[in-house]
Write a protein that binds this ligand. Structure first.
Ligand SMILES: [Zn+2]
Length: 324
């Protein structure tokens, strides 16, 4: 009985805090307000299954984004592989978006010496330092922040501070790169791709991942931070980003700028967990003792592959892919 009374009092206080926040200032988001910024990695990225023109693909991404600032994380050493990359990056910036560091060549930290990794960051930093739209954020390729190697993890963290860079972390991930590659492979194999089903799977997975992280955030932090969604410069983004943004809004999400998202207090949290890789909320939840699962289930590519095979390609379920 006492518990119920305490709970009622606590809930009442929480609600009062929420409505007070909502009334007091427009710049103070309510505790559970769903806000999310969109970020894109691997620019310039190779084409996927559906576009044969990088410029057209970038134009479709820009059109879908409208006027809310997104962030593009660049690998400038790949510019030579994709003709016109520099002009497309300038077009993203001209449309109001910002650019940041994702290393020059996209190495994986676990396979790279600390000094070589930092040198790769420096090459990218040199390329973008004086460009319009530059932000001093660093996004780890493969979200690999050092894995179980705490010495390396801490050396890179110190290296970033020395360079005036902050972690351009991710909080929402639905493995968009996996579906992009699955579509490329299906096309090469001559399969029929159900485009509507592909769009639905892409949108649904990203909404589910955002909702999953929102719930985990409330448990781990007691509030909803501005989330950061990881996407890539893919054909699927160009095709389905407008649907994804509409679905986010329909589910109560406000699309916020990358500047707003990375100004959230969670940006100051540097966790110490057994394995440094993945999303920031997952890591915070782990450090604060929340039970698994702390990551969105479709980031298991076995599950994602089965959904792609059955829903997009119309194939029979694989007998060995029954979820455990
Ligand atoms: Zn990447």
């Amino acid at each position: 009985m006492i518990w119920r009374t305490l709970l009622t009092l606590w809930l009442g206080a929480m609600l009062a805090a929420c409505s007070a926040t909502a009334q007091d200032g427009a710049d103070q988001p309510a505790l559970a307000e769903k806000r999310i910024a969109l970020t894109f990695d691997d620019i310039p990225r190779h084409l996927g299954a559906f576009y044969d023109d990088d410029d057209k693909r970038a134009a479709h991404i820009i059109e879908a984004l409208g006027d809310t600032q997104a962030a593009f994380f660049l690998n400038p050493d790949k510019n030579d592989e994709r003709r016109g990359a520099e002009e497309r990056i300038a077009r993203y910036v001209a449309a109001g978006h910002v650019i940041a560091n994702h290393t020059a060549t996209h190495p994986q930290l676990r396979d790279t010496d600390t000094a070589d990794y930092l040198a790769d960051i420096d090459v990218a930093a040199e390329w973008m330092r004086d460009r319009e739209g530059f932000r001093p954020w660093f996004r780890f390729p493969f979200l690999d922040e050092g894995g179980k190697d705490k010495i390396k993890r801490d050396a890179i963290r110190a290296g970033l501070i020395e360079r005036g860079l902050t972690n351009g972390y991710v909080t929402v991930d639905a493995s968009d790169w996996f579906y992009e590659q699955a579509a490329i492979d299906a096309k090469k194999a001559g399969r029929t791709i159900n485009m509507d089903a592909l769009g639905e799977l892409y949108v649904e997975s990203h909404i589910q991942s955002a909702e999953f992280t929102h719930g985990l955030s409330l448990k781990a932090l007691g509030r909803a931070p501005a989330q950061v969604m990881l996407l890539h410069e893919t054909d699927l983004a160009a095709l389905y980003l407008d649907d994804l943004i509409a679905a986010l809004k329909a589910n109560g999400w406000t699309i916020v700028t990358a500047d707003e998202a990375f100004a959230d207090p969670i940006a100051q949290i540097h966790t110490d967990v057994p394995y440094a890789q993945g999303t920031l909320i997952e890591s915070i939840a782990w450090e604060r003792g929340l039970p698994a699962p702390r990551w969105y289930e479709r980031n298991d590519t076995k599950i994602a592959n089965e959904l792609f095979r059955t829903r997009v390609l119309g194939l029979e379920p694989a007998t060995d892919a029954t979820p455990e």
